[in-house]
Design a protein around this ligand. Sequence first.
Ligand SMILES: Cc1cc2nc3c(=O)[nH]c(=O)nc-3n(C[C@H](O)[C@H](O)[C@H](O)COP(=O)(O)OP(=O)(O)OC[C@H]3O[C@@H](n4cnc5c(N)ncnc54)[C@H](O)[C@@H]3O)c2cc1C
Length: 431
Amino acid sequence: MQSAIIIGAGLSGLTAARKLHRSNWSVSLLEARDRVGGRIQTDGVDGFLLDHGFQVYLTGYKMAGQELDLPALKLGAFQAGALIQTNGKRYRVCDPLRAPWYLAPQHAIETMLAPIGSFADKWNIAKFRQRVCRADEVQMLGVQQVTARARLEQMGFSNLIIEKFFRPFFGGIFLDNSLSVSAGLMEFVFRTFSQGFAALPENGMQAIPDQFASSLPSQTIQLNTTVASVNEDHLVLANGEVRSADCILIATEEPTARRLLNSNTGLRKPLDAPVQCSSTSCLYFSVENPPIREATLVLNGDGDGVINNLCFPSFAQPTYAPVGRTLLSVSTVGQIEPNGEALLESVVDQLADWFGPSARSWQHLRTYRVPYALPNQSPEVLATRSEHARVSERVYRCGDYCESGSIEGAIQSGLKVADLIIRERESPTLA
Ligand SMILES: Cc1cc2nc3c(=O)[nH]c(=O)nc-3n(C[C@H](O)[C@H](O)[C@H](O)COP(=O)(O)OP(=O)(O)OC[C@H]3O[C@@H](n4cnc5c(N)ncnc54)[C@H](O)[C@@H]3O)c2cc1C
C-alpha cells in the first residue's frame, strides 16, 4: 500500500485525501487548525450561523456537484439577480425568466426601467448570458489574457452598467473592485451563476468540508498539527517531529505553499511570482424588522463608503437565524482601513444612510476580517503561474490558486493532483 501525507485540510486537501483513500492509499492529512475546512468555516453564535466571510455554494458547479452529496446539504437558495442601491433608492436587475412565474412580469418591468444602464445594456446582458452558456471552457479560457473590465468594454457595455452593476457584482465575487480579474474567470463565473443558484447549506458552509471529512477514516485527519518544512522524502512538524511517506502533497493556501517550498533548496520552485491576494471583511448583525424581505443580494451601485454588498442570508436558509430574528451579512472588499470599532461605525453609518435610522439599533454580532481570501487572479498573475502539480520527484501541490479561487477550483485541483499521483506512482513507467 502506498502512502501520502497531505498538508492542509481545506477543500483541495480533503478532496485529494478522499480520492487517494478510495484508491487504497494510506493517507495522513495534517491540519494546523483545530477544525477542517480552511477558508470555509462556520461559527454558531447565539442561534445564528456565521460563515467566515460571505460565501455561497453555486449549484451550477459541475465537479463539486459530482463530488458532494448535495441533497444531504439541504441547500437554501438566493433569488437570481440583485438589487442595486444607488442615489438613495434600490433598483432590481435580474433575468425575469429565472424568477418565480408570478414575479416574472413585475421583475421584467422593474429591470427594464431601472436606471442601471440603457435598454441596449440589458439586452446585451441577455446575449452575454446566452453566449457563455453555450461556450465551452476552452473558449472562455481563450479570453484569459484580458481583464474583466476590458472584456466588458469590448462587448459594448456602457460605463454606467459596468460601474453600477458589474463592478460591485464581480467585485463581491472576486473580492477585487477594479475588475482586474481575468476575463475568462469572469465568464466562467457568470455562466455558473446563469446555470444555477447561489445557495447555503442547512448547517452553514462548513457542512461542505465536514461532508468530505466524514467520508475519511477518523485517524486520517490530525488537527492542530502544523508543518514547518518540507523535504523530498520527509517533512518536519512545528514541534520538531519528522514524518515520511511515499509522497507529500502541499494543499495549503498559496503563500504557505510558497514558504514550504522555499524551505527546501532541493525542490523546484514554481511559485516565484510575488504573492498577491484579495481581502474582505464581513460584519454580521441581528435584525428584528428587516427593510428587505427577500433572499436577494444588494449591491452598492454608487461605489462610495465601505460596503460593497449585503444580504439577509436567513431568507435563503432559515437556519442561519433563530426564530423571530433575521441575519444581515455586510461585506467590504479589499484591505479596509480603519479596523475594529471604526470599521463598524462606518458600516453602521452607511446602513443608516441606506435603510434609515432604525439600522443603528441592529445588533452587531461579529466581524470577520479575512486578509487572505482569494488568490490574485489577474491575467498577468495567471500567465506567470506554473501549472505543474508535481513540484519534485515526490512532492506535489494543489489548492484553489492552481485552478480558480472557488469551491469548484479547490475541488478540481484536489481531484487532478490525486489522479496525477495515482497515475505517476502506481504506474511510474506511464508517467
Ligand atoms: C471570504 C471568502 C469568500 C469566498 N466566497 C466564495 C464563494 O462564494 N463561492 C466559492 O465557490 N468560493 C468562495 N471562496 C473561495 C473558497 O472558499 C476557496 O477557494 C477554497 O475554500 C480554498 O480551498 P483550498 O483547499 O485551496 O485552501 P484553504 O481552504 O485555504 O485550505 C488550506 C488549509 O491548509 C492549512 N494549512 C496552512 N498552513 C499549514 C501548515 N503549515 N501545516 C498544516 N496545515 C496548514 C490551513 O489551515 C487550511 O485549512 C471564498 C473564500 C473566502 C475566504
